[in-house]
Design a binder for this molecule. Sequence first.
Ligand code: UT7
Length: 327
Amino acid sequence: MGVRIVGTGSYVPEKILTNLDLQNMVDTSDEWIKVRTGIVERHIAPPEMSSGDMASIAAKRALELAGLEGSDISVVVVATTTPDHTFPNTASAVQRNIGADNAFGFDLSAACSGMIYSLELAYSLLMQQKKYRYVLLCGAEKLSCITNWNDRNTCVLFGDGAGAVILGRCDDDDSGQIASDLHLDGNYSEILQLPAGGSRNPTSHETVDKGMHYIHMLGKETFKLAVNAMAGACRNVLSESGVNAADVKLVIPHQANKRIIEAVAQRIDVSTEQVFVNVHKYGNTSAASISICLDEAFRSGQLQKGDIVLLVAFGSGLTWGAQLLRV
Ligand code: UT7
């Protein structure tokens, strides 16, 4: 018995914000953004659209591809840093919108590593609990609503969107998780955070005046930690499993910065053709990025049944990890 990805879906809002648009908003340039990050444009959700709305569209597309109904889903997980509400969870909005009447579910908070963490749960649940047939994992973010559009250090980086992955048990023994390596380190929590709005600093006039409801990031520090952590996690899953880097069909890294992706690829010795990149189209969509990539990779035929894929991410927490899967 194995566990297999039976469907994927994704959604990005229609509105595109280009680097040229940003040139008119803050002191930046198309050239700087492209050279330093690889980002050319990103998608921005309209005011009335939430992370849960985007996740629901992505989930419906994944269900359609899998040939399943909402009622076939046993568990709904939504990885997000921009939930619709503090409570109820965003998973309940997705459950309602897709008619997942037989599911339980919850949100998962692991910032950009959300899909890597969610996959660990999904594979473990499906391998150990026969009563769960299909698990729906969504990664969804409306980062535009926590972005300070006057801060050029951060506003050029982020975008909105959602992806969905459905996993199910299958007869094929080969499909499944080959190895995983997950980490959490709270010693660097201040380098990338949303300072206010939680119980540490509840929202007040003062927190809003100080812009504490926006993403705060020390970019350079985050960059260095990300490269080392992501390369380390990749090396760990490869050495634990005995799989050669050359046998990995596709490496799907979290899409934060093209330079981070290239540095990781170089350190683990994979070719450019093996690395999936779409950061130029969407910017950093945090928890959504890996599931959007997976959907594009499956639908374009770059990933096919039986392929080995290496997923790797790094985010606020710090959270990071890698998943080596046979899909
Ligand atoms: O998703 C999870 C994790 N997130 C990440 O992994 C992001 C990690 N960090 C990064 O991707 C990069 O550090 C950034 C893209 C955020 C910044 O790139 P950098 O090469 O580290 O630039 P920097 O912060 O060292 O800034 C270099 C210069 C500075 O000017 P001075 O001090 O050299 O005069 C900045 O003020 O670039 C300036 N700068 C900009 N210039 C034009 C910073 N942002 C901009 C901008 N446009 N948007």
